[in-house]
Design a protein. Sequence first.
Length: 316
Amino acid sequence: MSNELGTTRVWLGARILLARGRAGEALQLCLARQQLLERQGQEGTIAIDRINLLRLAAQAAAAVDDHAMAYRLLGEAFGQHDRLLGRAARSRQLSLQIQHRLRQAEWERDTAQQLAARLEALNASLQAQVAENERLQRQLRAQALEDPLTGLHNRRHLFEAGAALLALLRRRGEPLAVALVDLDHFKQVNDRHGHEAGDRVLRAFAELVRRETRAEDIVCRYGGEEFVLLMPGADATQAAARIEQLLPRFAALRFGDAHGNRFSSSFSAGVSFTADGSEGLEPLLERADAALYEAKGAGRACVRVGAGPSMKSIRT
């Protein structure tokens, strides 16, 4: 299990324990995970996950009346939060440190009933912060999986979602077609018309393929001017036909540069196929890349299907 997934599961388990009134167990679970991360290194975890773990540990420490540990853990959490979010986090950290010190002085002279009431208020504040951190975590995860230029999923999402999709199709014995698309002569577009015009071409292709694909398809920007489409349930012929339909639609689009020049673009594509999801994503991409190479050699603006050692071309 990866550090990222392991930390998330520990955090969820500790929250459940705390909700059931087992604060001591929740605290021990969080501290054990923190020690493991310190020994193994924290590179495999998302920073916001580590912050959530520290905050939950502080909440559990407060629940068992170990306020010194609660403040220490909160200090560590806000230290990491500060490094992640910058000046805004630093201001919140200083503000909360002042509030906690004032409350600690009050707790020392208050009755047990007053202490319980203040701890309840602190728990409510921590719960609100946990909710905010969860929202931030979802936002950061979405940004990590999206290509900022085209709005499509990126290469990381392709391999994460592709592996899960292949596992599902393998259990069901269903097919998957993989298409690797490359915009033709894209370097010349950038050289002749400028990178802003090139970006418009990339966005236009992304919008076209997003509009023309099914909800169950996975469309990603693979890198540069390359795109990957995963089409579950489609065989090689069906996938090639669908990609072929995009050729004249994309070729019909017109673009302009800063000097008023008008131009169009085209793409080439290679398609690979697994009948039952038994192959991994990387060999499917390698076969699609080999088919794309042959499509380029055949004059571009065409689709070529790779079926093991044999190939066939579908031309416009």
